[in-house]
Ligand binder design. Structure first.
Ligand code: AHR
Length: 511
């Protein structure tokens, strides 16, 4: 009898240890999830701009509006792109904006020394980029050239874009180029990766350079969001120095870059990968949580009121380029593995939205973890596209903080949390919960305890496929696409959800 009792206790204990649980309370809301967490990044890199977003107004084989691809715009509109960063990346610190304005036949060309040493004709410049943002209804985020530019050049760019009509010779130039009214661009990056391609600076030196540049960013009385070029990965000293040495009235955001990568010298194929490589990429993606927490802790020390934001203005998976493509163009396919990266990373950003106010997926079209791939007239929405679309319900909603207990996904003696989650409540009172199961083999059953929320009206969508290596190709463009999700049940104010291996699910709980 005693033995039986012990056995049943053991079974119960194992069940308790082995189950995934989520605890949240619909009446206990956190900060607002800034829509800019769902931001993008488009650099002059490979076919990221030319061919991917812009084909020129003379192109009569690919439908376009003033040279901007209408098929790509239509697809991107569904993502509700809130903000777009441009023109780089490393390219930004070689870019001279005056080369990209005025009569296109007279614009000087530029050699793109960072990406493939190709010649560009500067036909896509300031006006074209701001028109693209307008079509997308996205806020522009301009990355200024600090590495090889001048203080005057950046100061002029701000004036050209933001000063009122007729206020100076530079705004007369803008009017002569066809634009009278200012665009009123808020987001300005003061260089990019100043520790590397942006000038190989030390943080103390860059902090002084930042102070100098910002002094001359004359925007009248309109406030700008001034973004300091941030740390790479775990370079906490960089963030520490910036927060210590830059007066906070001059600083609105500090950036951070982190790519999910196996090994910079051996990145591996984007589509043909082993479970070991999958596990390794997910480990690198989940490292984002530690990075955000540790950089935020440093920022908290200098800015306990969280006035300076953390912008993760480059993130995503980085693999070897597709065989036969230009190694400098960073063109890679996008599988369900990338959907896992996107799902867990966006959950991390949502859950840390008190400090993380913007993030920019690298990159938008045809480069790295792109949401769209193009091949001449053809276009594909990648698995990452679908995650960005499914998750856009969180934009500007209030975070519902959650307590998560996750089973482990084990691989050769190493473990990662199998599930990841975040939740929010929007203005209409609708709750959304986004869930990811990264486990390559097992279903994960999650018991969700959602206090103060009616569980009567629940629907869901799922993104998954038979293989983690599955992707959308130009021949089969919808192999990986969202479907209705029904594997959940409700009893006693508890919601039980069964997530298949490598899946992303978004639940909608209407009032
Ligand atoms: O996104 C590709 C490159 O990665 C960017 O140009 C640079 O900022 C980063 O190192």
């Amino acid at each position: 009898m005693k033995q039986l009792l012990f056995f049943s206790l053991l079974v119960q204990f194992h069940w308790a240890v082995g189950q995934n649980t989520l605890q949240l309370d619909g009446n206990h809301l956190g900060a607002k999830i800034n829509r800019n967490i769902y931001g993008h990044f488009a650099e002059h890199l490979g076919n990221g701009i030319y061919g991917g977003l812009y084909v020129g107004e003379k192109n009569n084989t690919i439908p376009n509006f003033h040279g901007i691809r209408t098929d790509v715009i239509e697809a991107l509109k569904k993502l509700k792109v809130p903000v777009l960063r441009w023109p780089g990346g490393c390219f930004a610190d070689t870019y001279h904006w005056k080369d990209g304005i005025g009569d296109k036949t007279k614009r000087p060309s530029i050699l793109n020394v960072w990406w493939g040493n190709v010649k560009e004709d500067n036909s896509f410049g300031t006006h074209e980029f701001l028109e693209l943002c307008n079509l997308l209804q996205a806020e522009p985020y301009l990355s200024g050239n600090v590495g090889s530019g001048t203080v005057q050049e950046l100061s002029d760019w701000v004036a050209y874009i933001n000063h009122p009509n007729g206020s100076s010779p530079i705004t007369d130039l803008r009017a002569a180029n066809g634009r009278k009214d200012p665009w009123k661009v808020k987001f300005w990056g003061i260089g990019n990766e100043a520790w590397g391609c942006g000038g190989n600076m030390k943080p103390e030196f860059y902090a002084n350079v930042f102070r100098q540049y910002v002094t001359f960013l004359n925007n009248g009385n309109q406030p700008l969001v001034r973004i300091a070029s941030g740390a790479s990965d775990g370079d906490y000293h960089w963030t520490e120095v910036l927060m210590r040495d830059i007066p906070h009235q001059m600083l609105d955001a500090v950036a951070l870059h982190h790519y999910s990568i196996i090994n910079w010298n051996k990145k591996g194929s984007a589509t043909n990968f082993s479970e070991e490589q999958y596990f390794s990429i997910m480990k690198s993606a989940l490292y984002m949580e530690e990075l955000v927490e540790k950089h935020s802790a440093i920022m908290d020390k200098y800015d306990p009121q969280k006035k300076v934001a953390l912008f993760v203005d480059e993130w995503g998976g980085w693999y070897d380029v597709e065989p036969g493509t230009n190694p400098g163009f960073l063109f890679q396919q996008n599988t369900l593995r990338d959907a896992m990266i996107a799902g867990v990373t966006l959950n991390i950003f949502n859950n840390h939205c008190e400090r993380v106010k913007m993030a920019n997926l690298a990159q938008m079209v045809n480069v790295l973890q792109a949401v769209i791939l193009t091949d001449k007239q053809k276009i594909i929405r990648t698995p990452t596209y679908h995650v960005m679309e499914m998750y856009n319900v969180h934009q500007d909603a209030m975070l519902i903080p959650l307590e998560i207990k996750s089973n482990s996904y084990n691989f050769q003696g190493q473990t990662l949390n199998a599930i990841s989650a975040s939740a929010s409540k929007n203005q209409e009172g609708i709750t959304h919960i986004s869930l990811v199961n990264i486990d390559a083999h097992s279903d994960q059953i999650i018991t969700i305890n959602l206090a103060n929320t009616s569980l009567k009206n629940i629907t869901g969508r799922i993104l998954t496929s038979n293989q983690i290596q599955d992707y959308n190709s130009f021949d089969i463009p919808d192999k990986v696409s969202p479907k209705a999700f029904t594997k959940f049940s409700v009893s006693n104010q508890e919601l039980k959800v069964v997530l298949p291996p490598f899946s992303v699910v978004v639940l909608k709980i209407a009032q």
